[in-house]
Design a protein around this ligand. Structure first.
Ligand code: ADP
Length: 412
């Protein structure tokens, strides 16, 4: 048996079932000594902040969120909400005044504003220096290539007539993937042109905002992801590698185990460790990998809990959310062990008609997470995680639940 698989003691099973997330306000009820807890501010009120709110009691922290609206998802689990923009100096200062440390729900932030606040003594974890790896894809590709880490072939330019860009395009088979270095997510800002004319059109549209990232379009054998959590003292722990399935740039499904060979799992562990040493994040960092015939390549880094780690809420003894909060609040990390041999997470994506989380809960052994978002076609509204003893039957239950919920995503 995989040494990471924890014993199936009944106490562990109870712990998992108690973590079902239907009663977020429990955070307040089981938290009698709030005054002495580390105070963590979260920039952004989306579903990641919502799930940090659910993990706050386990991690022993008190949260305040800076949200764009008082009705953002995180307001359902974090009672202290400051309404303001993540780009605004004044809003960030208001958040900083009431907390010991600030962390993030998303990377749509202004690094200059953060750096100037850091110079005034505000503590950000991860730091603005580390955050740059996830805020700016062009910087990330350049820094990783410099560190000799494997990435797709790429060029960063604002002028495709320059010699380097021309040579890069001339040596490609077909068209490149064209990426806006900043501000994209869930495939937004990533383009797959089919002709050179279209490539140049997209390039010209994007370059008004600065540099554009052009990279080789890879024949992917699969996509994978791994989380690492790193503490203030530099100690870190790896979560296991998972397989991810994307559709139209959006993650649809995550599977543990990854079903990769031991050699490739070892290679991913090695690369994730090197990345943690290079980036020096505090908190969770997610690494997305491409698998090609040439092996694993790094696609992206995210310096926060990540969709590919949601399964750890029930699938591991310490989730990516509780570990993130422990790390950013300067506490020791908890050991990470698995609660079951297999886990499948499926995202619930808004369909043309509103779905029903209630029906999804009728599938046995599945944990249903509703992000408290207004329904909209194409929007991530929640996720379901099934745990089990084997991947095939766990996969079936996860999809049965997601389909009952009414997801628009297609079963993989
Ligand atoms: P986002 O930051 O929006 O998640 P990514 O850069 O991860 O965007 O790209 C989204 C998806 O597009 C990837 O998960 C992958 O399926 C596909 N993709 C991105 N870059 C490439 C590439 N160079 N070759 C082939 N597919 C790619």
């Amino acid at each position: 048996m995989d040494p990471m698989i924890a014993s199936k003691s009944s106490s562990l099973r109870n712990a998992v079932s108690r973590r079902d997330v239907d009663t977020p306000t429990i955070v307040m009820l089981v938290n009698p000594s709030r005054a002495v807890l580390p105070r963590v501010g979260v920039v952004g009120g989306g579903q990641l902040a919502l799930m940090m709110g659910e993990a706050a009691a386990a991690a022993g922290v008190e949260l305040t969120v800076l949200a764009e609206s008082p009705h953002d998802p995180a307001s359902t689990t974090i009672p202290r909400v400051i309404v303001g923009s993540p780009h605004e100096d004044a809003a960030l200062r208001e958040l900083a005044a009431g907390v010991d440390v600030i962390t993030f729900d998303h990377e749509l932030v202004d690094l200059e504003v953060l750096t100037s606040l850091e110079n005034d003594g505000v503590v950000f974890r991860p730091s603005p220096r580390a955050l740059r790896f996830s805020v700016d894809k062009a910087f990330q590709r350049q820094a990783l290539a410099e560190a000799k880490l494997p990435v797709p072939r790429f060029v960063v330019t604002s002028d495709v007539t320059l010699e380097t860009a021309r040579a890069f395009l001339a040596n490609l088979r077909g068209e490149p993937v064209v990426k806006a270095p900043r501000g994209g997510y869930d495939g937004r800002g990533v383009y797959f042109p089919t002709s050179r004319v279209e490539t140049i059109e997209i390039f010209d549209r994007l370059r008004v905002n600065g540099d554009v990232l052009l990279e080789e379009r890879l024949a992917l054998r699969g996509e994978f992801a791994q989380q690492v959590v790193r503490g203030v003292d530099g100690a870190f722990e790896l979560f296991p590698l998972v397989a991810t399935v994307q559709s139209e740039g959006m993650c649809v499904e995550v599977r543990f185990p990854s079903e990769l060979s031991n050699d490739l799992v070892r290679r991913a562990n090695e690369l994730t460790t090197q990345l943690a040493q290079l980036v020096e994040p505090v908190g969770v960092m997610a690494v997305e990998y491409f698998l090609t015939d040439a092996g694993l390549l790094v696609n992206e880094l995210a310096l926060r809990p990540h969709n590919s780690g949601h399964w750890t809420i029930e699938g591991a003894t310490a989730s990516q959310f509780s570990e993130h909060l422990r790390a950013v609040s300067g506490q020791e990390l908890a050991p990470i062990a698995l609660t079951k041999p297999a886990a499948v997470m499926v995202n619930v994506v808004g369909a043309s008609r509103e779905g029903s989380p209630q029906r999804a809960r009728d599938v046995a052994g599945v944990f249903v997470h509703d992000y408290a978002k207004a329904w909209r076609p194409g929007r991530k509204l929640g996720h379901v995680t099934a745990l089990g003893d084997d991947l095939a039957s766990t996969h079936v239950r996860a999809w049965k639940s997601a389909v009952a919920y009414g997801t628009a995503a297609k079963e993989t």
